[in-house]
Design a protein around this ligand. Structure first.
Ligand code: AMP
Length: 218
């Protein structure tokens, strides 16, 4: 079963995807993570990507679609993909449909994480994570505390990492991009009858259990 985890930046798509990876043995395909990996290569392309990402705009569909096709064509993860941060516009959704058809797969459900804009800015600008275990924290709502109480013994030497695009300036652009380009996609998937809404303003565990119920009903 393939799933799209949908919602604005800061809705908790990455956090909830980790739950599905752990509990349902699914594969998280986060285009943001793939792009951030690409940035580490320090190539000419990575300089261009960093500028776009730090401006809060979308990277070109060609780049994204080729990253995605590499994964959809991988038979070891066939029909167990969580699409996180993709598709981000109608063109990407149509390309996804074409690719899924080519590799004999489909989207079973779009989990729509619903959050008020008013709390997204704090959620995103407070976001930090452990450099060792990658566990996410929030400086305002869920501070990291003592490193000895993080996930692994090696976390004692952790650094707390903040994404370069998680700042208040970029956040408002990212939210605008979401509303203009990505939100209209919801209608596209509603017409296919696969959208399930989740109240993502509740605690992480409560959101996880709403998603669990959706999975149990499929
Ligand atoms: P995310 O980690 O999903 O918040 O993505 C971080 C940034 O990567 C976005 O603000 C975009 O600049 C870029 N990005 C991620 N996914 C996509 C996508 N599907 N299409 C275009 N750009 C993307």
């Amino acid at each position: 079963m393939n799933v799209i985890i949908f919602g604005p930046p800061g809705a908790g798509k990455g956090t909830q995807s980790s739950f599905l990876v752990e509990k349902k043995k699914m594969f998280q395909l986060s285009t943001g993570d793939l792009l951030r990996n690409e940035l580490k290569s320090k190539s000419k392309l990575s300089e261009k990507l960093k500028k776009i990402m730090d401006s809060g705009k979308l990277v070109s569909d060609d780049i994204i679609n080729s990253l995605i096709e590499k994964k959809i064509s991988d038979s070891s993860i066939k029909s167990s993909i969580i699409f996180d941060g993709f598709p981000r516009n109608i063109e990407q959704a149509k390309s996804l449909d074409t690719m899924l058809k080519k590799y004999e797969q489909k989207i079973s459900v779009v989990i729509n994480l619903v959050v008020d804009n008013s709390i997204l800015v704090k959620r995103i600008s407070g976001r930090i994570s452990c450099s060792v275990c990658k566990k996410p924290f929030n400086e305002f709502f869920d501070p990291p505390g003592d490193p000895a109480e993080c996930t692994t013994a090696a976390c004692i030497d952790r650094e707390l990492i903040k994404r370069s695009d998680d700042n208040e300036n970029t956040v408002s652009n990212r939210l605008r991009t979401y509303e203009e380009s990505t939100l209209p996609l919801l209608e596209y998937y509603k017409l296919k009858g696969v959208v399930k809404n989740v109240d993502a303003m509740k605690s992480i565990n409560e959101v996880t259990s709403q998603i669990n119920c959706i999975f149990n009903d499929l």
